[in-house]
Design a protein around this ligand. Sequence first.
Ligand code: LMR
Length: 398
Amino acid sequence: MWKEIDAAPADAILGLTEAFKSDSNPKKVNLGVGVFKDDQGTTPILKCIKAAEKKLVETESTKGYLPISGSPAYAANVQKLLFGADSEVIASGRAATIHSPGGTGALRVGADLLKKFRPDATLWVSTPTWANHKGIFTAAGFGIGDYPYYDPQTKGVDFEGMLAALENVPAGDIVLMHVCCHNPTGVDLVGGQWDQVVEVAKAKGWMPFLDFAYQGFGDGVEEDRAAVEKFAAAGIDFFVASSFSKNLGLYNERTGALTVVSPTAAESAVAMSHIKTTIRVNYSNPPAHGGLAASMVLDDSALYDQWIGEVAEMRDRIRNMRALLVDGLVARGVGQDFSFIKEQRGMFSFSGLSNEVVAWLKENKAIYIVGGGRINVAGLTTANIGYVCDAIAEALKA
Ligand code: LMR
């Protein structure tokens, strides 16, 4: 059947990793996919996860199915992390959380669920946004709209433009927002700006869908959830897609969550019933291992503290590499100002490198960067930073 069918293009992010793997250049550097690497260039299993897994091997007694929504203990831990243990949302039972296969799975379950009840809604995304957002919601049948976000002039958020656009989003539409460490730009809203966005959401009646894939990579696990707490306090309906891929390093365990927050516990129970029917016809129930390990870390105060330390280490390493990159370019006489890279947050830097430079770096230096110029700063190491700075300096002069 495939004879008459054209091949699909490679994925903008994961396709780069495939190309990188088959590149024979010994100097190759992958700054594409958003995966943390330590200074040895490996993606480590966190020590807290290793300890939890050891315990799991000893105590796990079955591989029987999890419930459709995943383990209730996992859901409770996710909610504590998202809202804080003392949150009114938890006490009142007005959040429904399911264990999804990664953050991507959470987005897709949420999209399928919304399509059922808001079939004519448009999904609004920031300009730019994670390459897969549009794909996921388009696959679920949504039309996509864009709201302004990144201002290339200021290298910050075009907050006025964003707010003006959100004022005009029709009631019932869905607005996807990154809670922290915006992917791909690395620039976030600050506290008071979130208050304004929450007010607009409340006044206009659109549905916030928060993508929270980098909790802990901004300022800290608790600090980074400030926006979620603000939406929760507003008493409105909203969705959160969260993930342990990055902050617990559980990339290939596909460990994420979809949380649907409603004004009342009764509504939340109805939401849960429909989330379950959505999941049942898709993947039936989630894989267990990552969720069990995550739950074990979050439940055990010693492992939890160790985890907080490990997240801080990852965050600090990325910050250091930002500084080395900026200083390295200055030291090579690059005229263009890249100092803004030091201010960006999370794993990514929207570097400002043009698509031509990105293509040149791949062709000539085997340095892989996502189209649009997004660099995974965590892919830089003290061993490859000199090579990367030399290459960028050469590319900009070429
Ligand atoms: C990324 O943006 O690189 C990550 O979120 C990984 C992915 O699935 O694209």
